[in-house]
Design a protein around this ligand. Structure first.
Ligand code: OXD
Ligand code: MN
Length: 592
């Protein structure tokens, strides 16, 4: 397949260590995909679904102890501890290689090693970067064939460019105690052992496109971000692009694919999807930022996805999709998850493979959920009815606005705008959000998650902030920066803002601000909309409700400022860029 000695030596080194019975190159062809699908179906690794209802779709269950990213077992193995910084786990690289090699020794005996040449970004595009993943999992191969561009043309492209990211993955024994997701940014290397969960093993995604790429971006003057990219087409045909950073399982896929409310569609507004999770962003010659989505598919959270919340995502899952850890209905060869519809199956298997039916309860009368809360669909981007015509544009799309958003029951208002780039970096750096099921650990705990990159920044986050600040200085026409919060709760624990498609009403205000056609209220935290400037037409939502979430309660924000100070000083101390301390001091002053 290739004569590239670096690639061949890499494969040879790990084949000798992990001693697979066979080695198979993945060429990206449909025939090979079919053959592997049949093989995985024959061993039970996947189950083929109803060809008529869900053509080309398959079902997979992970091990019960392996259903989410494992942040406590994820390491940045930079040469120095400072290189990884205070927010990452660190291991000395030589020690890490030694330990990992020991776990990986003979791990593929009796198995096949698959070699996946893949591209993040369209092959040949100026943004594109290449990787080679070695794995012993057909499930990984099939997922990578959806999430990335896989094939022999990648080997040719590496041949020309000479650079690629090495990825080694083995399920080993799926042993939690020896599960490690390790990154070696200075070596362009990822080493992932003892897991089969997507976020830990589809090495093109979080490991490469965020952790390794963020390090590369720092060195090469661009940004690799945990961001969706969407386009808003206006009635006059003009399209404006927005990127948005939200922590995992906070609705990035829903926002990226939103269908505007009728008050907008009837005027001719349309939203198109460029990406739902990752953006690679570069300065253009015109002083603006340009973004691509380096992925080729969606690895979306299934529960809660339905015809109302996200019809585009649901449509994306109707063919050539891999469903993981949802409910399986053997009789019909279909799948189900909580929140899909109000008709759960009566005769099914839950994500663990146990007999299950909708409404089933345990001995204490508690409802047993059929799908894991972090169950997923892996769908080709081209399936998505709202996919942007610019999805494959090798130059990327120009960005008008950047949104940061967390899941906050209180404090953060529906939307506010940063005064300028530096203040915007501060706003991104103080992001906090309640944790979700996308990573193991407690759910619903507020934690600081700067730019939604806490689990994904592949280097020292203080340097990352400095890099953001420096990027802004180079842009003559930077995007405006905003913060949103769709998740405010009332005293009964209900969401106040309707969210989903109605978030368009907030995006509309954001675009109007970018075009300088609407005024705003100056508050201590930034510019907020005048309530009349948020279009509520056709919505059962009162002005009073809106005012209640367009607030900036000084006492709450004084506490917030104290929290931020604790976070800054205890995590970063004097390594944090002074501009951010200045912004904090300015915020405090505005709050007195
Ligand atoms: C994801 C995540 O899967 O952020 O996108 O965990
Ligand atoms: Mn994500």
């Amino acid at each position: 397949m290739t004569k590239n000695k670096v690639i061949l030596d890499f494969i040879d080194q790990y084949a000798k260590l992990m001693t697979p019975d066979n080695i198979v190159w993945i060429d990206g062809s449909e025939e090979q995909k079919q053959r592997l699908t049949e093989e995985a179906a024959s061993t039970g690794e996947i189950i083929k679904l109803n060809e008529k209802l869900l053509p080309g779709c398959v079902y997979h269950r992970t091990a019960v102890n392996d259903v989410a990213r494992v942040e406590h077992r994820t390491f940045i193995c930079s040469r120095t501890k400072d290189g990884a910084g205070p927010t990452n786990n660190w291991m000395e690289p030589q020690e890490a290689y030694k330990m990992l090699d020991k776990i990986a020794e003979k791990a593929m005996t009796g198995r096949t090693m698959y070699i996946i040449p893949y591209s993040m970004g369209k092959v040949g595009s100026p943004f594109a970067k290449y990787g080679i993943e070695l794995t012993d999992s057909i499930y990984v191969v099939l997922n990578m064939m959806i999430m990335t561009r896989v094939g022999t043309d990648v080997l040719d492209a590496i041949g020309k460019k000479g650079e690629f990211v090495k990825g080694v993955h083995s399920k080993v024994q799926l042993d939690l105690e020896n599960r490690y997701i390790c990154h070696f940014p200075e070596d362009n290397m990822i080493y992932s052992l003892n897991s089969g969960y997507g976020g830990n093993v589809l090495l093109g995604k979080k490991c490469f496109a965020l952790r390794i790429a963020s390090y590369q971006a720092w060195k090469q003057n661009w940004l690799a971000e945990h961001m969706l990219i969407l386009g808003i087409e206006k009635p006059n045909g003009e399209i404006k692009y927005i990127t948005g950073a939200f922590p995992s399982a906070c609705g990035k896929t829903n926002l990226a694919m939103l269908i505007p409310p009728e008050t907008y569609t009837k005027k001719g507004y349309k939203v198109t999807t460029v990406g739902d999770d990752i953006a690679w962003i570069r300065p253009g010659k015109d002083g603006r930022l340009y973004a691509i989505n380096p992925e080729n598919g969606f690895f979306g959270v299934a529960p809660g996805t339905n015809m109302k919340s996200n019809p585009n995502a649901l449509a994306s899952t109707r063919k050539n999709t891999i469903f993981t850890n949802v409910v399986y209905v053997p009789k019909t060869g279909t799948v189900w998850w909580e929140g899909l519809d109000k008709n759960p199956p009566t005769d099914a298997e839950d994500w663990k493979g146990n007999k299950w039916y909708g409404g089933m309860t345990d001995a204490d009368g508690n409802i047993i959920k059929g799908a894991n809360p972090n169950s997923r669909f892996t769908s080709p981007a081209i399936n998505c009815p709202s996919i942007s015509p610019e999805f494959e544009n090798p130059e990327g799309v120009p960005i008008s606005a950047i949104i940061f958003g967390g899941r906050r029951a209180k404090a953060a208002p529906l939307v506010y705008e940063a005064y300028n780039w530096q203040h915007g970096v501060f706003v991104g750096s103080i992001m906090a959000s309640e944790t979700t099921a996308a990573a193991t650990g407690a759910v619903g705990v507020v934690r600081h998650d700067p730019m939604a990159m806490l689990p994904f920044c592949g280097y020292n986050m203080a340097d990352y902030f400095a890099h953001w600040l420096a990027m802004g200085k180079k842009l003559s026409n930077p995007p405006k920066i905003f913060n949103v919060n769709w998740f405010r709760l009332d005293d009964n624990g209900n969401f106040i803002w309707p969210g989903f498609g109605d978030n368009m009403r907030v995006l509309d205000w954001i675009l109007q601000r970018c075009e300088d056609v609407v005024d705003a209220v100056d508050t201590p935290i930034g510019y907020m909309p005048k309530p009349d400037d948020i279009n509520l037409e056709g919505l059962d939502f009162t002005k009073d409700q809106l005012v209640s979430i367009l607030d900036c309660d000084k006492d709450t924000w004084k506490q917030e400022a104290q929290e931020i100070e604790n976070f800054y000083t205890t995590k970063f101390g004097d390594t944090l860029p002074k501009e951010l301390y200045e912004e904090l001091a300015a915020l405090k002053k505005r709050l007195v």
